[in-house]
Design a protein around this ligand. Structure first.
Ligand SMILES: [Zn+2]
Length: 158
């Protein structure tokens, strides 16, 4: 096999193992997961991770993701197809959420600037809060989170 194919196999293997553990640990870890740092961020630069953790803390989501993964575009498309995850076709997709494992995937090549990172993350947190794959449900919850982001931006303009 070519090195690139191996890396996909490897990456998917890790992802599947990770998701298997989610189901087993979900109940035990329930109380720990309410803290703001109890989720992992993979594949991000230090600055991206700090920014995103900050934004999520500001949004105070009702349900935290368990895992956030930054991936390059080709891997993003591959993961979405492999797991038949919900990726809206109408709009250019930049992130998606796998509800069962509470994993959010971010397309590193396409999510845009700092503000749009928060904007789209609010939508994914909306899916988690409503435990729903419906775009309407997600947007309903996201409105509240985006308001909180906006308030902080107004208070401490950069
Ligand atoms: Zn959505």
């Amino acid at each position: 096999m070519k090195p690139r194919i191996w890396s996909v196999v490897l990456w998917l293997g890790v992802a599947v193992v990770g998701w298997g553990q989610v189901h087993e640990d979900a109940r035990l870890n329930r109380t720990i997961e309410t803290s703001a740092t109890a989720y992992t961020i993979q594949g991000a630069k230090t600055r991206q991770e700090e920014l995103l953790r900050n934004q999520i803390q500001t949004m105070q989501p009702d349900v935290l993701p368990r895992r956030i993964v930054f991936v390059p575009h080709w891997k993003y498309l591959y993961a979405a197809r492999m797991y038949r995850l919900h990726v809206p076709t109408g709009m250019a997709s930049r992130m998606f959420t796998h509800l069962e494992s509470r994993s959010v995937f971010i397309d590193t090549d396409r999510y845009g600037d700092d503000d749009s990172l928060g904007h789209w993350m609010a939508h994914e947190l909306g899916h988690l809060a409503m435990n729903s794959s419906s775009e309407e449900d997600a947007e309903k919850a996201a409105a509240k989170y985006r308001r909180r982001l906006k308030e902080v931006r107004k208070r401490d303009p950069q």
